[in-house]
Design a protein around this ligand. Structure first.
Ligand SMILES: Cc1cc2nc3c(=O)[nH]c(=O)nc-3n(C[C@H](O)[C@H](O)[C@H](O)COP(=O)(O)OP(=O)(O)OC[C@H]3O[C@@H](n4cnc5c(N)ncnc54)[C@H](O)[C@@H]3O)c2cc1C
Length: 431
């Protein structure tokens, strides 16, 4: 006999579990199921080892417009407020200094200009001059105790929530959902969704553990969501471009997050250095950004799924060609491919990381094996454009599909609230 629910969420990362929490604790929906294909929650991109652990607020991400920054800030504030209610909040959310560092006259001028506009949105944001940078992050401003030669300035703040363990957060969301009084909340691990079929009164989901039926479904399977949408005939205008991110470790060098200025044509933040939330004695540098033909960073079995959701044709080729002919993007992409090559990669990356810590030496850098994840960037084949941030497919039939590159983890609760509203609307309920 099929398991029957009012709502089924597919995918147990931070986005799926945030929605589980939202529906269990803040709606009248009684029977909610979550299906996760692996043996535990948050083993892919939401795991602390896979992502940059940054609560993205838009203040130090120079590729965000003012509007995008305002939206992300609201989502980050919501998440930080929620985490502060948890008993294990100090393990999940940490305060540090944070800054985006401008090196050289051009970047310094750009940051000074950005400060004029963005300081309206961030009351704690300050323009940090060389002395202040040296006080907060001596390794950034000084070489052998003397000022580094380039012109530098930074935008940032000294004591804000900056660092999140999104893996631990996923477990906390699940715990809060299961504690909801009067609700039937089931988490089915090792339960891979093989196919979804539309029925008269909802959806039928086939898994190796049997059939699950639900009136409404939300698919939050990261890079896999598009494939499931397209198997039902939705989201056919999209392709997924998986962009892998890797990291390097060094001994402790930085006290807080130090981002670099990003090219605003690119949909992800530039490399940065920061303390690792899991290992206090180390600093992480990264992530790199390289297109990779697989939907999961360390599982080659996802290659076929990539091919089925990439749809290489004239529209995708045009987007890739536009990247190749833009000299800045071409340089960025080439550099990032080199970072992944053993031996050469470490040397190339050293030059990049020395922009943050000029005295960094090759022997300090170790490639972080098994660390990093995949950002499922979405290409709109109709508009022939790479889209920035998260994308949702909503055919208006009680099923939603979420594709969640960065800052998807920061926005998980804000997006969960929106998805919960859509689900309630579909079920004809007010709360
Ligand atoms: C290098 C890197 C750095 C990043 N840095 C940041 C950052 O600093 N801040 C930030 O906000 N965001 C960051 N992100 C983005 C962030 O990691 C993601 O937006 C977020 O983790 C997405 O969560 P999710 O739950 O949608 O996906 P995931 O965490 O990938 O979870 C999807 C889940 O679905 C499951 N699943 C897949 N297929 C099936 C199936 N068929 N049946 C059942 N279950 C299935 C998977 O096993 C997995 O558990 C970064 C990403 C990367 C790769």
């Amino acid at each position: 006999m099929a398991h029957r629910y009012d709502v089924i969420i597919i995918g147990g990362g931070v986005c799926g579990t945030a929605l589980l929490y939202q529906l269990a604790q803040h709606s009248s929906i009684k029977r909610i199921g979550l299906l996760e294909k692996y043996e535990a929650l948050a083993t892919l991109n939401s795991n602390a080892l896979s992502n940059s652990q940054t609560l993205h607020c838009g203040d130090i991400e120079t590729n965000y417009t003012f509007e995008k920054a305002a939206k992300v800030k609201a989502a980050a504030d919501k998440l930080a407020t929620f985490i502060q209610t948890l008993p294990d909040r100090d393990h999940i959310l940490r305060r540090h200094s944070k800054m985006v560092l401008g090196v050289g006259d051009q970047e310094v001028d750009a940051l000074r200009k950005r400060f004029e506009t963005f300081s309206r949105l961030y009351p704690h944001m300050r323009l940090l001059e060389r002395d202040e940078i040296a006080r907060l992050e001596p390794q950034v401003a000084l070489v052998d105790g003397r000022p580094r030669p380039e012109n530098i300035v930074a935008l940032g703040s000294t004591d804000e929530f900056t660092e999140v363990d999104f893996g631990a957060l996923s477990h906390a969301f699940a715990r809060c959902a299961c504690d909801a009084p009067g609700k039937s909340v089931d988490i089915h691990l090792n339960t891979k969704t093989l196919s979804i079929t539309r029925m008269e009164n909802g959806f039928s989901i086939r898994t190796p553990q049997g059939i699950f039926e639900s009136t409404a479904v939300v698919v939050s399977t990261g890079a896999h969501s598009l494939l499931l949408a397209q198997s039902l005939g939705y989201g056919l205008e999209y392709s997924v471009l998986p962009v892998a991110g890797s990291f390097y470790y060094t001994p402790h060098m930085l006290n807080g997050k130090v981002y670099t200025v990003q090219n605003d044509k690119l949909p992800f933040a530039a490399i940065h250095g920061d303390p690792d939330i899991l290992m206090a004695d180390r600093t992480r540098f990264g992530p790199t950004a390289v297109a990779m033909p697989r939907l999961e960073r360390y599982r080659s079995g996802s290659r076929m799924d990539f091919l089925r959701s990439f749809h290489l044709g004239p529209a995708v080729a045009k987007v890739l060609w536009d990247f190749a002919v833009d000299p800045d993007i071409r340089a960025f992409l080439t550099k990032n491919v080199l970072f992944e090559i053993p031996v050469i990669g470490r040397r190339q990356f050293l030059t990049e990381a020395q922009k943050i810590v000029p005295s960094l030496r090759l022997k300090d850098l170790t490639f972080a094996k098994g660390v990093g994840g995949i950002r499922p960037q979405i290409i709109d084949r109709v508009k022939k454009k790479l889209l920035l941030g998260e994308v949702k497919v909503d055919p208006g039939l009680g099923i939603l599909f979420n594709m969640t590159p960065s800052p998807g983890a920061t926005s998980c609760l804000a997006n969960a609230e929106k998805d919960a509203c859509r689900v309630l609307e579909f079920l004809g309920r007010d709360t």
